[in-house]
Design a protein around this ligand. Structure first.
Ligand SMILES: Cc1cc2nc3c(=O)[nH]c(=O)nc-3n(C[C@H](O)[C@H](O)[C@H](O)COP(=O)(O)O)c2cc1C
Length: 159
């Protein structure tokens, strides 16, 4: 079964996990990039006027730079992102809306400073629709070991 790792990462932590998962399960990889890249100042959530806060409050759709070629050919898709405001960043919803995931297996992964992924995974379920099987959802920290991430990825593809 052809596998894809699609991920968004603003500061590189999720990207490292995504690259490792790609290698571990021999997947293709796709970076979900906003048309307008995030600058450091865009991510300063302490500043109420920072881009991240405006997008969150405005529930903004985030234009994405590129599309996955041949999404229909992938049977298994890992989707990774940082936890923002206890959930998935808006760009993930914008990404999910672009594709039909019917019949695919999905594994979600996230990185965060502390927040878990369980509620986020529950919230995303209806976005995927009924014929999509979410086989797992896991949060990693910046210092989660490579072994733990790789072992989780292997387990997911055995489901
Ligand atoms: C706008 C914003 C909101 C965040 N909200 C949370 C949060 O609610 N809970 C949490 O544990 N970490 C939060 N974080 C921290 C990130 O989830 C964490 O640093 C993540 O590993 C960054 O991944 P990245 O380098 O792939 O972007 C937030 C970071 C940003 C920039």
């Amino acid at each position: 079964m052809k596998k894809l790792v699609a991920y968004f990462s603003a500061s590189g932590v999720t990207e490292r996990a995504a690259e490792l998962i790609k290698k571990t399960v021999s997947a293709d990889i796709f970076e979900i990039m906003p048309e307008e890249p995030y600058k450091d100042s865009d991510l300063k959530w302490i500043n109420p006027l920072a881009r991240c806060n405006k997008e969150k409050i405005g529930k903004k759709d985030i234009p994405i730079a590129k599309k996955v070629k041949g999404m229909e050919n992938y049977g298994f898709v890992f989707i990774g992102f940082p936890i923002w405001y206890y959930g998935a960043p808006n760009i993930i919803l914008s990404f999910l809306k672009q594709y039909d995931f019917s019949g695919k297996k999905i594994a979600l992964f996230a990185t965060s400073g502390g927040s878990d992924i369980d509620k986020t995974a529950e919230k995303l379920k209806p976005v995927f629709g009924e014929s999509v099987q979410i086989v797992g959802a896991k949060r990693f920290y910046a210092d989660t070991s490579r072994e733990v991430i790789a072992e989780w990825a292997r387990q997911m593809t055995e489901k």
